[in-house]
Design a protein around this ligand. Sequence first.
Ligand code: ADP
Ligand code: MG
Length: 569
Amino acid sequence: SSVDLDKLLMNINRRSYPAYKDLKGSYQFPGYQLNIDHVQGDPFAAPSKLSIQVKKSQAGFPESMYKKDYRRIALQDYLTRQFGKAVSEYMFQAKGSGKSGLIGISRCGQEILERTAFEIDNGDLLVRFEVGFPANGRTINSFELKKILFDYLPEAVKKSLYFKNLNVNEVNRVIELSEDQYTIREELKRRGLTAFVANDSILPRESGVSQRPMRNAVKFMSPKSMEVELELPYRGKIKGMGIPKGITLIVGGGYHGKSTLLKALEQGIYNHIAGDGREYVVTCDSAVKIRAEDGRAVSHVNISPFINDLPNKKNTVDFSTEDASGSTSQAANVVEAVQSGAEVLLIDEDTCATNFMVRDALMQAVVSGDQEPITPFTLQARDLYEKQGVSVILVAGSSGSYFYIADKVLQMDNYHTYDITDKVKRVIQDVKSDAVEKAPVSVNILFEKQKNKRVFKARRLEKKRDQVKIKQFGKDSFSIGKENVDLKYVEQILDSEQTTALSYCLKILLEQMEVKEQDAGQCIDRLWKQIQERGLRSLCTGSYLPVSMAQIRRQDIYACLNRYRGILI
Ligand code: ADP
Ligand code: MG
C-alpha cells in the first residue's frame, strides 16, 4: 500500500540512483492504484514510467459515456487533457539533476485521437505518464518524489479522474459532440458524400506553427447549390457544404483560401475538439493527401498507368528506385494510396509535379504521346472514379485542363466559396477539348488484387533482434536500425505519438520480412487486425509501455512501410 511506498522512499533517500529500482511495484492509494512500471537507470535517462488505475466504482462515469467506441475515445481525450491540466497546476520548478521532477503526460492537439496514455476499459481508467525521479547529481532525493506521489498526484487524480468532481456540463458536451460527429460520418456514407463542411466553420489556423483557429477569420459558407442539411442528435439541424463523390475542383486566385479549405478536408479524417472551428468539418476517413515527394524511395510499385516507356527502359510495372523524381514519386503516392484503400484523393497543385498532373493540348501536339513516358493524372482521374469509385478533390489555380474532368467546380474568392460548375460547363462546350489523348495503360490494373501483390524481403535490421533501436525525431521521422524513415510528406500524420506507433508497426512488419519474402498487404492486414482487436498497446511486448502512441490509420502503415529504404529490390 501507500504506507509501504512511503517507507521505501524514506529508506532510499540519499542513496545512489539505482536504489530507485526498489520502488517498482503497485501501491494502493485512497481511491486509486499507483503503479511504478519502470524506473529509469539514471537522472538523465528517459523518465520513469508510471500509471494510475481508477476502478469503475471510484471513477463513476456512466456507462453511456464509454460503451460506444467513439464516445469512449472522446472521453479519454477529454480526461487526458484534464489530468494534464491538473498536474501542470502543481508543477513546481524541478530542482535537481537531469529530468528531476518532470512530469510527462501526452499532449493532445486539436484532434481527438485514441492514445495509449489513457484507456477506459469497461469503466475502469488507466492513465500512463512519466516522472523524472529526482536526484542531486546521482544521489536520490526522495523527498521531492514523495511530494509528487503523495501531494500532487492524489490532488490531480481527485480533480480530474472522478466524474463527480468534473464539470458535468462540459463532459456532457464532449460526449454529445462525439455523437454528432459520428452522425455526420454516417451521413456521409448514407448520402454518398466525401466530405461535409458546416456553415460558420473556421478553417484557417492562427499561424504556421499554431493549429488553433484564426481569430476574425471569414467563416465558411456553403454555396446554396451544394448545401445539405443534416439532423444531428444534439446540435440539431446543421447546414453546410456536402461534397459529392466524383471529381471536385477547387479553383481561384492565389491567396483566396484554396489550400486552407483543402487542409481542413485533409484533417477532417479526425474529429476535432470543441472550439477548434472545424468540429463539424468531416471527411471520409480513408481520404489520402497526395503530393510530389522527390527523393523518396519506391519499392515494387506498379506505376505503369502513369509512367511507362522510360528512356532507360526501366520497368514501371514493378518499379523501384532509391530516388524518385517529382512525377514518379507522385505516381507512386497515388498508386499506393488507392491500394491502401483510399476512397478519396486530396491534391493541392501547390505541392504537385506539374508534368504528372497535366499536359496541355499544345504540348501534346508538339511532343507526341509515344515520346512522353508520363500519362498525366487528368487522363486517368475519370476512370479512377467511374471504374473504381475513387473520388478526387483537387485544388488548382493555373491550368484549365482540369475543367474537363471535373464533376463540380468550386471557386474560392476572398475566402468565400462559389459553385461555378454550370458556368465552367458552358465555357468548355465552346473550347476544343484538351483530352485528345487516351491513356495507354488503364488504371483498372491497379485494382486486380492478384497482380498487385507486393511480395518482398527486407534487409536484416541487426544481428540480434532485441538490439534493434528505434529513435524518433519529432513527428517527421524516425530511425530503425540504421535506416531513416522520413514521414515529413505524409501530411496527415499530425501527432508525434502517431509516428511512434508507426515506428513500432514497421518494426513488427520488418521482423516478418527479414526472415523471408512476405506479401506486404497480408502482413499489414494481420497487423491492422491485431491493432483493432488488442489495441495500440499490443504493438509493444514487454511488461511496460516504454513510449506513448496515438491512433493511426491503415493508410499510414502503408505509407510508412512504403517509405522504408531497406526493402530488397
Ligand atoms: P491559396 O491556396 O488560395 O493561395 P491559402 O489557403 O493559402 O490560399 O490562404 C492564404 C492566406 O489566407 C493564408 O494565410 C490563410 O491563413 C488566410 N485565410 C484562408 N482562409 C481564410 C479565411 N476564411 N479567413 C481569413 N483568412 C483566411
Ligand atoms: Mg495554395
